[in-house]
Design a protein around this ligand. Structure first.
Ligand code: NDP
Length: 282
């Protein structure tokens, strides 16, 4: 055979376009497109249950003053029952100032220091509990997992997940240990746990050998790891090595999967709580 191989520019061009599309997707995913996705999901979920939602999207170089002005407007608007500031904020803004500006009656994210303070105190009731940890506790409740008197270990101590999760478990009469980046021999502590909530941000850190037989594992972590076989070039895994842990735990949440949607469900729940409170509806 001496006939020449046909060089097919059309199909090579198509291949290149597909590669470009995959790269653009990968770049967008890694560049804070996350916030936009989260906001879109929250809006869709609101609509689906009958909650109106309004989005204010400001340019990244807006002043903190500008953001505070909008928050104050929503604080004073009686048709608004919940306000959430999608984090992270641009670096020139002070996160504390902005979060403190949300009036606590509308703080459906539960991040206001007064709400967190009440969560930490005996016989005080926060108006709202932060959504992700609230979702973790709901999962335990709805699966009939015992919390009271049991050993619970929370891995991570962030303001938005680990710390409030530990406070919530303590309110439910668990005995709580918190593991963080300075903890020595974390696996010895986690092996004591009946219930584990992990919010670390380290892919597959919690191995099978870290957990006790029959324990319950809630994995909050959402971590990208490189994966040449995935069209995006990466896939999402939890903090917990699912393969190993699922053989030892009595119950476990896969990633991606169960905790993410719970966060949004709890946001809707908090907004309903707020509207009921305002309208004195029991
Ligand atoms: P942060 O980075 O704010 O906090 C991580 C915590 O883990 C810190 O307390 C840190 O300790 C601790 N930590 C880090 N490395 C180690 C280690 N090697 N050993 C023990 N502890 C360690 O993260 P977030 O709490 O915001 O998020 C955690 C994970 O949860 C992420 O994967 C995030 O994507 C995911 N997430 C999921 C949500 C959902 O809806 N499912 C919502 C929010 C977050 P130290 O305090 O000492 O620095």
């Amino acid at each position: 055979e001496d006939s020449a191989k046909v060089i097919d520019g059309k199909s090579v061009a198509k291949e290149i376009r597909e590669e470009i599309a995959a790269e653009i997707l990968r770049m967008k995913e890694s560049m804070g497109k996350d916030s936009a996705t989260y906001v879109r999901n929250k809006k869709k979920s609101c609509e689906a249950v009958g909650i109106n939602s309004y989005e204010v999207r400001l340019p990244e170089d807006s002043s903190e003053q500008e953001v505070l002005k909008y928050i104050s407007g929503f604080n004073n608007d009686t048709s608004v029952h919940g306000i959430l500031v999608q984090l992270p904020l641009p670096s020139h803004m002070n996160e504390q100032n902005v979060l403190n500006a949300v009036c606590i009656e509308k703080d459906v994210d539960g991040f206001h220091p007064l709400n967190i303070g009440r969560l930490a105190m005996r016989d005080r009731e926060p108006l709202f509990v932060p959504c992700t940890p609230k979702g973790c506790i709901q999962l335990l409740h709805r699966y009939g997992v015992d919390i009271k008197g049991k050993m619970a270990v929370v891995i991570g101590r962030s303001n938005i997940v680990g710390m409030p999760a530990a406070l919530l478990l303590q309110r439910e009469d668990a005995t709580v240990s918190v593991v963080h980046s300075r903890t020595k021999n974390p696996e010895e502590i986690t092996r004591e746990a009946d219930n584990i909530i992990s919010a670390v941000g380290q892919p597959n850190m919690v191995r099978g050998s870290w957990i006790k037989h029959g324990s319950v594992v809630i994995d909050v972590g959402i971590n990208p790891v490189e994966d040449a076989n995935s069209p995006r070039g990466y896939r999402l895994v939890g903090d917990v090595c699912y393969e190993e842990a699922s053989k030892i735990a009595s119950a476990i949440t896969p990633v991606p999967g169960e905790v993410g949607p719970m966060t949004i469900a709890m946001l809707l729940s908090n907004t309903l709580i707020s509207a009921k409170r305002v309208n004195n509806f029991k």
